[in-house]
Design a protein. Structure first.
Length: 421
């Protein structure tokens, strides 16, 4: 249960924060966000906001999404579709019900003949089964439509659709998701740094603390001791100290330190640690720390840059030396969540930071269907001076989406075999 909860929290937070980026900048650009969903699948809760957005919670607690008006979607009311209309005192349509699950009091039943909810804002059909003549109603620009599953969303006149926003606003909206993932990763690294009390000062050899009952403590070493040499080899950085101790696991170490201006010598026998098939020495000394506020912020930023760089290197290796085992999907995240949950909250936060950074970078790959693919189309539009036709853009999106679905199925199946068989 702890693993499941960890997986749900990690995956959902990372994805929802991603979608919040798209949501915020779409709103700023005047684009109607028809739905902001937490989770996937069937709807279990819905609230219609005054801003015209339906805020929903869905049954599968993984991820979420943002539905922007005109963003690769169309109203599905084919001729012959039975609906009901709610009118205001002026006879203007304020609500269109296409769901069999919802009944509207005082609504007029209609069989759709044709409709235009984008430009002319009209709906035409047969009333009460009388097919001798059609009646046309005007539709309020802020009217609602109830979809088949009962979700109530705003109609989308052309002026609030995604394509009507300026190019730079659409590009920023597309980029905002990955941007939010990068910001989330930095914030999470910042939380880790503050929880640790600071960042390791790799240019120092001053011990910040000694683990009780560890070899260094037994030998008499204390926090504040500055390590000068080990086995008569000078050490100038914490990297030197760590490397020497780890690589001399079976040897007794003569460690010379400076304490309050005096030189002291200690004989320390490392304990041997075996992990992932490797053996190394450990004496129980804690790394020197920078504890200033600015040091912590800079340290979190450096960790973010390091994470970003590591993922880029891994992505390059995947591209030029493809190995499916280098890829991971939800199953791999579940397995990592299991390991993180057993190691404590800080490990879970670190995992979330890495996954957030990973998701941000992955989404910027210029593949149709990803944010990077949409940004590429924005760039092409900027160069051409006009967008691609909706037919071409739709075809590109379908191809990209199909490729991503095939890749997801392939990676998931490989993960299942790798972790469970």
């Amino acid at each position: 249960m702890k693993t499941i909860l960890t997986f749900i929290i990690v995956f959902s937070v990372v994805v929802v924060i991603h979608e919040l980026g798209h949501f915020y900048f779409a709103k700023r650009a005047g684009i109607l966000v028809r739905e902001f969903a937490i989770g996937m699948g069937p709807k279990i809760f819905s609230h219609q906001g005054k801003d015209g957005t339906a805020y929903t919670i869905r049954a599968l607690p993984i991820g979420g999404y943002v539905r922007m008006a005109g963003y690769e979607e169309e109203e599905e009311m084919k001729p012959g579709t039975p609906i009901s209309l709610l009118l205001d005192e002026n006879g203007v349509v304020t609500k269109i019900n296409t769901s069999k699950k919802v009944q509207l009091a005082n609504a007029i039943p209609m069989e759709v003949a044709r409709h235009d909810l984008v430009d002319n804002l009209t709906i035409t059909g047969f009333i009460n089964g009388d097919e001798s003549e059609t009646i046309t109603y005007s539709v309020d620009p802020k009217a609602f439509i109830i979809e088949e599953d009962g979700t109530e969303i705003r109609i989308a006149p052309r002026n609030v659709q995604f394509q009507s926003a300026k190019l730079w606003q659409r590009a920023l909206t597309n980029f905002a998701g990955p941007m939010n993932n990068f910001i989330l990763a930095f914030v999470l690294f910042l939380v880790i740094v503050f929880a640790q009390g600071g960042v390791v000062d790799m240019n120092s050899t001053v011990i910040s603390g000694v683990v009780p009952d560890a070899p260094a403590a037994v030998a008499g070493m204390q926090g504040g001791d500055k390590i000068v040499s080990i086995n008569e080899e000078s050490v100038a950085t914490w990297t030197d100290v760590r490397a020497y101790i780890q690589s001399h696991a079976t040897e007794e170490l003569k460690m010379v330190v400076e304490r309050e201006g005096q030189s002291k010598e200690f004989q320390v026998q490392p304990i041997i640690i075996e992990e992932d098939g490797q053996t190394y020495g450990q004496v129980g000394i804690e790394a020197p720390m920078k504890t200033g506020f600015v040091d912590k912020v800079v340290g979190a930023f450096n960790q973010s840059i390091s994470s970003f760089t590591q993922i880029l290197v891994a992505l390059r290796n995947i591209i030029f030396n493809f190995d499916v085992n280098q890829l991971g999907g939800p199953v791999a995240i579940y397995e990592l969540s299991s390991q993180a949950a057993s190691r404590g909250v800080m490990t879970v936060i670190s995992l979330m930071a890495m996954i957030s950074m990973n998701l941000g970078i992955f989404n910027l790959i210029p593949i149709p269907g990803l944010d990077g693919g949409k940004l590429l189309l924005n760039l092409i539009e900027g160069v051409r001076g006009k967008p691609l036709s909706q037919e071409k853009e739709g075809l590109i999106s379908i191809i990209g989406f199909g490729f991503l679905m095939l890749l997801m199925v392939f990676v998931t199946w490989n993960d299942i075999q790798r972790f469970f068989f």
